[in-house]
Design a protein around this ligand. Structure first.
Ligand code: CAA
Length: 288
């Protein structure tokens, strides 16, 4: 098994992305400190990691002993102050610029100068996040895909001031955990969401206009274009609120109406139907 280039990593945010990132680094031998202000979120995050590792054990990819050792490498803490001496921090808190700015400014004050501060943001400007620190050259985007333990891609996004050295380190670190890094520059939505979200949005317009049923739309994309899941099911997996936030960033940041969020997406989000995580989105997950 390959070994993580960074032997110790702190991950902030124990939600879907954060716990997947923590699991992945721990799988490759890194000691991981998983931080979330909510004890409940930490408990749920660890449960999710246990469940995900159990799947991998069941497949025979790793042994039960490997899974236990991976779990043992993950410790949790509900205070940001607990992050002191790690070479890499990966932030995966909620997608709100004000929250990210607060976290990064505190991390900048308490972490050693050499620590790289990475963000898993799916669309907030890396340059803007870096501006809340005094180390913009060591702030970078490290954008994992959901489900993190399965998806190979890491989009590595350079902010305006990110150094070549930081970029090279994060590319090497991604490879050391057997991901495939792709470098991108700091424009709204980077590459992944600039291409993905218009497709999801268009699928929602198709649903709203009655072009086909939700199952029909998803089947067209699965069987016609060989996508592993249809765009509406994928939107449910990502979270409809997250999709809406990203579309707003694309719409405002690029100033083009082709990115306007579909009114039906707004209605689902307003109703609290956020997808898999809330039990209901385009599909019903309450019995799953
Ligand atoms: N942990 C560990 N392993 C997992 C897992 C998890 N959470 N979820 C799935 N797997 C593994 C399964 O064990 C299985 O392994 P094998 O291939 O060895 O058998 C494999 O992944 C496939 O899983 P399943 O057979 O259960 O289900 P599936 O074949 O339907 O695949 C899927 C599920 C991997 C999610 C697949 O449907 C898929 O690739 N979907 C597209 C996902 C995608 O596009 N993600 C990107 C979203 S965009 C994003 O994240 C960025 C953003 O900013 C919004």
């Amino acid at each position: 098994m390959a070994k993580s280039m960074f032997e110790a990593v702190a991950v902030i945010g124990a939600g879907t992305m954060g716990n997947g990132i923590a699991q992945t680094f721990a799988t490759y031998g890194a000691k991981v400190l998983l931080v979330d202000l909510s004890e409940d979120a930490l408990k749920k995050g660890v449960l999710a990691i246990e469940g995900s590792l159990a799947r991998v054990v069941k497949k025979g990819v790793i042994t039960d002993a490997d899974a236990k050792a991976t779990l043992a490498r993950i410790t949790t803490n509900s205070k940001l102050e607990a992050i002191t001496n790690v070479p890499l921090v990966v932030e995966a808190v909620s997608e709100r610029p004000d929250v990210k700015a607060k976290v990064f400014s505190q991390l900048d004050r308490q972490c050693p100068p050499a620590t790289i501060l990475a963000t898993n943001t799916s669309s907030i400007s890396i340059t803007q996040i870096a501006a809340s620190t005094k180390r913009a050259d060591r702030v970078i985007g490290m954008h994992f895909m959901n489900p993190v333990p399965v998806m190979k891609l890491v989009e590595v996004i350079r902010g305006q001031e990110t150094s070549d050295e930081t970029t090279a380190k994060i590319i090497a670190a991604s490879e050391s955990i057997e991901k495939v890094p792709v470098a991108a520059n700091d424009f709204p939505g980077f590459v992944s969401n600039r291409v993905l979200m218009p497709m999801i949005n268009e699928a929602i317009f198709c649903l709203m206009e009655g072009v086909a049923t939700k199952e029909g739309i998803d089947t067209v994309m699965k069987l016609g274009m060989a996508h592993p899941m249809g765009p509406l099911a994928l939107a449910d997996l990502i979270g409809l609120d997250v999709c809406l936030d990203i579309l707003e960033v694309l719409h405002q940041g690029l100033g083009d109406d082709k990115y306007r969020p579909c009114p039906l997406l707004r209605r689902y989000v307003a109703a609290g139907n956020l997808g898999k995580k809330s039990g209901k989105g385009f599909y019903d997950y309450s019995k799953a």
